[in-house]
Design a protein around this ligand. Structure first.
Ligand code: ATP
Ligand code: MN
Length: 465
């Protein structure tokens, strides 16, 4: 079928032409004059196309008067200028073929408004609503803009493995992957422990929490790379910003230091805001009107924003001066809490902030030790409203120091033999960061809950569909 999308039609160049459109009915209104108005949505844009069905159509009475919201049709006809307010074109149908009827009493997306909570239970249908259609299109644009940004800078798209035997964050929040019979686990006769040698991979394996360690191997051969793929965390956090399965973007640059990736993060974020504004004006206006007042102003100011950079030590000093404002009292050595991060971005600097050089005790083993021996070359990018959106670091490229940090973290350098090899054979300074894609989609749409910006959210006690 050669069909034209509603988006293309509304762009205006097809006036007077014959076109074929296909989609789902949103509403049907019957007029006394012997015709009906059908509002058709095909997901290509927020707006519907109005179709005029006249009673002369052979199936007008037998079929078209039985069309209800959710029914699918193919319509052919001419595009005319519309006399109605709020729309510029309408389709005068020469023929309308019904593909699938939709029973109004059974269809859950009737006319009445449905809460986002209820729609999560209808995740197989929610993409047909205005909000979830808009989220899907924004997500698509941010995803394309991500590839565009890194490709235009000659970064190589690296596919990180999903199944892994290394724990990047050392946080123990990993899902186990096993092929063993859980009802009948093989055990080592002496220790009584589970014998993973008999498991599929001959060892215990997990779903990845980050593609970073593997991405470093390619950066240390090919230069600049980035991952964009699913990651998994078995954290039992029932919050509006945590998912058990989420997508992460992790650029890794060779021959680069912390300042280089801070600059990269700034450019990347501004690029995402600019592309969202440029390519999703209609959907963003919808979010601005219906989901978050002031969203457009926020994105427009961030698209041009300068980022404030300061050290963790400076940030703590500023926070300590305002200690009375926090329930968690700030002092040197703590991990910044969400309330601290938001205070920095919203109240103190009124814009994005990059905090650098955190105490080594609160950061991962692979981050490069600074000359003060107390801090590591780590950074967090903080945005108003959300706090941390990006976490990154320069990686420890000196073998002896890396091994010490692995041991301090309670792990064995031997378990990271291949990671240490990168430092053994032609080590180079390199650095990278991770951005949680859903946190970005949430921020750009204003959606309150991260579960509503991914098609099928996986969260504790929930993996339907
Ligand atoms: P948080 O403190 O919010 O849990 P984190 O410190 O665990 O975040 P990192 O380990 O630095 O996060 O992960 C890199 C990025 O991945 C984060 O900046 C965030 O954008 C995103 N992220 C982390 N955990 C989740 C999650 N459970 N769901 C969605 N995105 C996440
Ligand atoms: Mn976390």
């Amino acid at each position: 079928m050669k069909r034209t999308s509603v988006r293309e039609i509304l762009s205006g160049e097809l006036l007077g032409k014959k076109v074929t459109v296909a989609g789902w009915i949103r509403t049907r209104r019957d007029s006394k004059g012997g015709f009906s108005f059908l509002e058709l949505n095909d997901g290509s844009c927020l707006k519907n196309l109005q179709i005029i069905a006249q009673e002369q159509l052979s199936n007008y009475r037998s079929e078209l008067l039985k069309l209800h919201p959710g029914a699918s049709i193919v319509a052919e006809g001419s595009l005319l200028e519309s006399p109605a307010a709020g729309q510029s074109f309408e389709l005068k149908a020469d023929s309308i073929r019904v593909l699938g009827f939709c029973e109004p009493l059974e269809y859950p997306l009737g006319k009445s408004r449905i809460s986002f909570e209820r729609l999560r239970e209808l995740a197989h249908l929610r993409a047909r609503t205005n909000t979830f259609g808009a989220v899907a299109r924004l997500r698509n644009v941010l995803s394309d803009a991500t590839h565009q940004f890194f490709q235009s800078r000659d970064f190589l798209y690296f596919h990180a493995p999903i199944i892994t035997s290394s724990d990047c964050e050392g946080a123990g929040e990993m899902f186990q992957v096993t092929h063993l019979d859980l009802e009948n686990l093989p055990r080592d006769p002496e220790s009584g422990k589970i014998d993973y040698k008999q498991d599929f991979f001959g060892k215990a394996t997990k779903l990845t929490v980050s593609g970073q360690l593997e991405a470093e191997t390619y950066a240390c051969a090919l230069g600049n790379v980035y991952t964009f793929g699913p990651t998994f965390r078995a954290e039992n956090s029932n919050t509006a910003r945590h998912l058990a399965e989420f997508w992460m973007i992790e650029p890794e640059m060779a021959f680069a230091d912390l300042g280089d990736i801070a600059a990269l993060a700034e450019d990347y974020l501004r690029h995402l805001f600019q592309e969202a504004l440029k390519r999703c004006p209609e959907d963003l206006k919808f979010f601005n009107d219906r989901i978050e007042k002031g969203l457009l102003d926020k994105l427009e100011s961030l698209a041009e924003a300068k980022f404030t950079r300061l050290s963790y030590t400076e940030a703590i000093k500023l926070l300590e001066k305002n200690s009375d404002k926090f329930s968690f009292k700030p002092h040197w050595g703590i991990d910044l809490q969400s309330e601290h991060e938001r205070y920095l971005a919203e109240q103190l600097f009124k814009g994005p902030v990059i905090v650098m050089d955190y105490p080594k005790e609160i950061k991962a083993f692979y981050m490069r030790l600074n000359d003060d021996n107390k801090t590591v070359a780590a950074m967090d990018v903080l945005l108003p409203q959300v706090g941390e959106i990006i976490g990154g670091s320069q990686r420890e490229e000196r073998l002896a120091l890396l091994e010490t940090r692995i041991i301090e973290a309670g792990m064995q350098p031997a378990d990271y033999w291949w990671y240490c090899d990168l430092r053994r054979f032609g080590s180079v300074p390199h650095a990278g960061f991770g951005l949680g894609f859903e946190r970005m989609v949430r921020f750009c749409s204003g959606m309150a809950n991260i579960r509503d910006v991914i098609p099928f959210p996986r969260t504790p006690q929930s993996a339907e569909f």
